[in-house]
Write a protein that binds this ligand. Structure first.
Ligand code: SF4
Ligand code: SF4
Length: 139
């Protein structure tokens, strides 16, 4: 909505995928370290910002061939239904933070670096082990 100035899920840069009745997954660009989309583009239309990892699309170079779409394992880069050039999440960099995270009414989205994500996973694993140990001790 922020980027396209319209409420239209087909133009969204983040996609919700239903994995099961209770599980949804939000998919957006993962700002890959070695982005397959950039490598796949035959027209040098994609570049990656060095400090942020954001993928930039040169609309004048992109001819919508779709090679980058095929190369992305996450389905994160898409062909715009009207402009017919690709578009991808840029974390709303002009606004300073991702607006999907700001606006989600359920606070279901988080924007984290790989380091923070790993830290969270470690914390969850330690908590699980701790609870298992407590449960065993009380048997
Ligand atoms: S569009 Fe896909 S391949 Fe390119 S950086 Fe984002 S997640 Fe990685
Ligand atoms: S769709 Fe555009 S950005 Fe993607 S590979 Fe083709 S020319 Fe490059």
């Amino acid at each position: 909505m922020v980027k396209e100035k319209t409420f239209n899920p087909t133009k969204s840069r983040i996609r919700a995928i239903r994995l099961g009745p209770l599980v949804n997954l939000a998919v957006a660009c993962r700002l890959c370290e070695d982005p397959a989309c950039v490598a796949a583009c035959p027209r040098d239309a994609l570049t990656q910002e060095e400090n942020t990892g954001i993928i930039m699309v040169d609309d004048d170079k992109c001819n919508g061939c779709g090679w980058c779409i095929e190369a992305c394992d996450y389905g994160a880069i898409m062909l715009h239904p009207e402009t017919k050039v690709v578009y991808v999440c840029d974390t709303c960099k002009e606004l300073g933070k991702p607006q999907c995270v700001e606006w989600c009414p359920e606070e279901a989205l988080d924007f984290v670096t790989a380091d923070v994500l790993a830290q969270k996973a470690r914390r969850t694993a330690v908590k699980k082990l701790f609870h298992e140990a407590v449960e065993k001790a009380s048997e």
